[in-house]
Design a protein around this ligand. Structure first.
Ligand SMILES: Cc1cc2nc3c(=O)[nH]c(=O)nc-3n(C[C@H](O)[C@H](O)[C@H](O)COP(=O)(O)OP(=O)(O)OC[C@H]3O[C@@H](n4cnc5c(N)ncnc54)[C@H](O)[C@@H]3O)c2cc1C
Length: 434
């Protein structure tokens, strides 16, 4: 435990906690082939899910990855496996009608079933558990909004949930700052690093090549095919798939203008006594609040630690600053954690979109799936698979998220200079709400 001002454990590192059990591979990248049926850019859940479906269908697949395989958010996230979109069910019901709202949320269920199905079918050991979720209300008004949303989900979708009064809150979360909340039992949690490594291993075994440290720097269309350019060679390919989500940069400028990379920050504490963890999260559920600038927490699935995240919009890559910020925020929620030390701090990029929907589509012949707004564990796996089915021209490729207009803004070219202002405004609104 930490003395005053000393929050860093002896083994503190600026690196995802998940990399302890699932270290990034450091193999030398294989040779760049001259040709492939499909080139996929990005080795997170989206790229690997697409690669697995395509390789199993007999396609010659090459996955390009700028860093070590799984460098992106897929090995950095919190591992919550949910069924929600940024657009609430009640909002869609009110603005778009029942058929549309139910259609969208049924697909969220399909995305959830897709992840659990992959884990089961491929026998990926990644600590998946249907642990349920606790969602903490930030104010009495917010409690009412949450109750209404869940009531509608029960009525139209058959989803189960249970409201928890403030007086009973300690059954779910050892904090006094919230005004009750809700338990949603039908969702889960996993170890994101082991899930990505498991997919990677299955992709390689299925015959696809995954080339680490081989970024796509440009591509050219040449008749019916593409040339995918990397610093280590050029690949001629019939199909090109972009699966770069929050890491989408200048190699694909049309997409770069349409996704906003949001930094998510996380910390892992030192090992804690079981008794303390039981006080904080007695039911061991994934947990978050509903601030605009929300926080999320869970127990590590493979060691007695608390994992805590939040503060999207903080623009620094300084691990100690991230740790201090989140430690301060954690002790606001859980004052007893003041003397607990931090063992890992890390960050990663998720992708927002201007319409808050995920997108799957084709622009000038290039396939893409991205913009998951921090729901990429289910959506990346699901839309990666759907994108592969489109390449295979299967009728099952249909999804409500395909080929929607993908909005851009004239004032946005790919650098989210406005995020600190947005976050500061969120903090102001959240303080007012409290
Ligand atoms: C801190 C944090 C917490 C989160 N928590 C959750 C959660 O609990 N639940 C949830 O559902 N979602 C969560 N998310 C979001 C989720 O992690 C992502 O939506 C998901 O991992 C996206 O997967 P992906 O495969 O599309 O992209 P990524 O996993 O980000 O992979 C994109 C890859 O593309 C590579 N790349 C980029 N450009 C190139 C190029 N030119 N050439 C080659 N390779 C390139 C990158 O290096 C990267 O590895 C969280 C995100 C963060 C950052």
């Amino acid at each position: 435990m930490a003395g005053p001002g000393d929050i860093f454990a002896d083994d503190f590192a600026f690196e995802p906690y998940w990399w302890m059990a699932a270290p990034r591979p450091d193999d030398a990248p294989g040779n760049v082939p001259g040709a492939a049926d499909v080139v996929i850019v990005g080795s997170g859940y989206t790229g690997l899910s697409a690669a697995l479906t395509l390789a199993r269908a007999g396609r010659d697949v090459v996955v390009l990855e700028a860093g070590a395989a799984g460098h992106g958010a897929s090995t950095r996230n919190a591992g919550f496996v949910g069924k929600t979109l940024k657009h609430s069910f009640s909002h869609l019901l009110e603005t778009k009608g029942e058929a549309y709202a139910v259609g969208v949320y049924r697909e969220m269920q399909e995305a959830f079933d897709c992840v659990t199905g992959v884990i089961e079918r491929e026998q990926i050991t990644c600590h998946y558990r249907q642990c349920g979720r606790y969602m903490a209300a930030n104010s009495p008004a917010h409690y009412e909004i949450m109750a209404r949303e869940l009531e509608l989900k029960t009525k139209y979708l058959g989803d189960e949930s249970e409201m928890v009064s403030r007086a009973d809150q300690h059954r779910s979360l050892g904090s006094d700052i919230y005004h009750g909340g809700a338990i949603v039992p039908g969702v889960g949690g996993l170890h994101p690093g082991l899930y990505q490594s498991g997919l990677l291993e299955r992709v390689r075994r299925s015959g696809a090549q995954v080339l680490d440290h081989t970024p796509l720097t440009a591509f050219r269309r040449d008749g019916d095919s593409f040339e995918a350019v990397t610093p280590r060679g050029t690949i001629r390919t019939r199909d090109l798939i972009i699966a770069t989500n929050g890491y989408t940069r200048g190699a694909t400028p049309w997409l770069q203008r349409r996704v906003v990379p949001f930094r998510g920050l996380m910390i892992a504490t030192e090992e804690l006594p079981e008794k303390k963890l039981n006080q904080i999260l007695p039911q061991d559920r994934t947990t978050h609040d509903f601030n605009n600038n929300l926080i999320y927490l869970r127990r590590a699935p493979d060691s007695p630690r608390l994992l805590f995240g939040g503060r999207t919009g903080f623009m620094s890559d300084d691990g100690r600053k991230i740790a201090r910020l989140l430690h301060e925020r954690m002790t606001r929620v859980l004052p007893d954690m003041q003397h607990v030390r931090i063992s890992r701090a890390w960050n990663g990029f998720g992708a927002g979109t201007f319409d808050l929907y995920p997108h799957l589509g084709n622009h000038d012949g290039v396939h893409y799936a991205l913009g998951y707004c921090f729901a990429g564990v289910p959506m990346g796996t699901y839309l990666g698979h759907k994108m592969a089915l489109r390449v295979l021209e299967k009728k099952e490729a249909k999804t409500i998220f395909a080929d929607r207009p993908f909005p851009a803004k004239w004032w946005y070219r790919g650098t989210p200079w406005f995020l600190p202002f947005v976050t500061a405004n969120y903090d102001r609104l959240d303080a007012r709400g409290r």
